[in-house]
Design a protein around this ligand. Structure first.
Ligand SMILES: Cc1cc2nc3c(=O)[nH]c(=O)nc-3n(C[C@H](O)[C@H](O)[C@H](O)COP(=O)(O)OP(=O)(O)OC[C@H]3O[C@@H](n4cnc5c(N)ncnc54)[C@H](O)[C@@H]3O)c2cc1C
Length: 383
């Protein structure tokens, strides 16, 4: 009997898992990928789009292209998930599988912060990134506040990258002297998941660029001119960039899959959930890192990809009756652009003991070029 595999979500984790399975299993499996979006979109390129260095069509690809590899691509909203039966319901149909990979990422709960929907902007989805790009283009003087509203959020370096790129963009536009940049965050130091040494280097970089850093501030409310934090401190702004509060997608929470973290607990070695044959990868998963600098693994595309490789390999072996199983090593690296054409690279072994082993590379053109290669790989390799 041909085995059926359901892949929920066609983002970074979902397209990798579906592609690898299609490649390994060919006619031995029936692979269905469901996403509400018609397009695969590549968020690591949004900071470039924000400063006019990418066009929307350069950072997305039609998901139906995957049909030529034998993947059934369903463009619908998933309404509910029944994990024990490995079934999902969409607006019009029901799909079932022998294996299920949940790679639905995070949804944004902007209603959690009064004023967010009226006054805050961000680059955490493509439409918002396009809208913010247009505001940036017309911003010539005043205070831009850039910050993180809630933890956890995807890509710990992205808001810092946003600040560095905007600083350089405004400098090159000849208006930086007229613009004040304020950065707020609930974190005690930048990118805490990679430890205080790297955090302090990023902090130095912020200082050297005249970006004022306000740590340990939790955003409570936004008015038309002011940010109000939990401790009653306030910050004035003219243009506001704020990472929206993240949460697990509704069908995931409704299915009772989440724990106290609000995300799906998964085995950090093979990504299996408490239900055998049901896996959670990428941003939707929560993986404890008891030896880490932070208690849970960060949300990042490189992790979603690496986990997809392990899960796809293991499902393929189960389908083919092979006993070998891979284990994920908890390793991954992340680029952070520090100016237009330059960046840093930080790489970690996050399961290492007694502490994660972290490599930090000083800003250079080479890391910018590597990020371009990373982008090209994602926009071409799977399609
Ligand atoms: C600005 C920015 C910069 C970033 N830079 C980097 C970087 O440099 N390096 C890096 O490693 N990571 C980066 N990331 C993070 C990275 O994009 C995410 O961690 C990654 O996309 C997670 O992959 P995923 O498959 O778990 O989720 P996603 O890629 O978000 O995919 C989830 C998919 O599920 C679909 N979906 C959700 N709910 C439903 C539903 N109910 N019905 C149907 N479909 C649904 C969504 O439409 C989406 O396509 C960045 C993120 C942002 C926002």
């Amino acid at each position: 009997m041909v085995k059926k595999i359901l892949v929920l979500g066609g983002g970074i984790g979902g397209i990798a898992v579906a592609n690898i399975l299609a490649d390994k299993l060919k006619e031995s499996a029936d692979i269905t990928l469901i996403d509400r979006k018609k397009y695969f979109q590549f968020p690591p390129s949004y900071p470039w789009l924000m400063i006019g260095k990418r066009k929307p069509e350069q950072v997305q690809k039609e998901l139906t292209i995957l049909s030529k590899k034998g993947i059934n691509v369903i463009n619908e909203d998933i309404i509910s998930i029944d994990t024990s039966g490995k079934k999902v319901r969409t607006e019009t149909s029901e799909y079932s599988g022998d294996y299920m990979v949940i790679s639905l990422g995070a949804q944004y709960n902007i209603a959690a912060i009064p004023g967010f929907s009226d006054y805050a902007h961000h680059i955490y989805d493509l439409d918002s990134a396009i809208a913010f790009r247009d505001l940036v283009k017309n911003f010539k003087h005043g205070t831009i506040a850039i910050g993180i509203s809630r933890l956890p959020f995807k890509c710990p370096a992205a808001p810092y990258e946003t600040a560095f790129l905007l600083d350089d963009y405004f400098t090159k536009e000849g208006v930086r002297a007229e613009i004040n940049i304020e950065f707020f965050t609930p974190e005690p130091l930048p990118v805490p998941s990679v430890g205080p040494d790297v955090g302090n280097r990023v902090l130095e970089l912020l200082r050297s660029r005249n970006i004022n850093y306000h740590p340990k501030l939790k955003l409570a409310e936004i008015t038309d001119k002011e940010l109000i934090f939990d401790n009653q401190e306030t910050l004035n702004y003219d243009l506001l960039f704020a990472v929206p509060p993240h949460e697990a997608p509704k069908p995931v929470a409704d299915a009772g899959l989440t724990d106290v973290t609000g995300w799906i607990p998964a085995n950090g070695k093979n990504m299996e959930t408490k239900i055998p044959g049901v896996y959670a990868i990428g941003d939707v998963a929560s993986i404890q890192t008891p030896h880490g600098y932070v208690p849970y693994l960060s949300k990042a595309g490189v992790f979603a990809h690496a986990q997809a490789e392990v899960v796809a390999n293991n499902i393929a072996n189960l389908v083919l009756g092979k006993s070998q199983a891979k284990e994920w090593d908890g390793e991954g690296g992340c680029f952070m652009e520090t100016s237009i054409g330059e960046g840093t690279f930080m790489k970690g072994e996050f399961y290492a003991q007694p502490k994660p082993r972290i490599d930090y590379h000083e800003p250079g053109k080479v890391w910018h070029m590597q990020k371009v290669v990373f982008e090209k790989y994602w926009m071409r390799h799977w399609f």
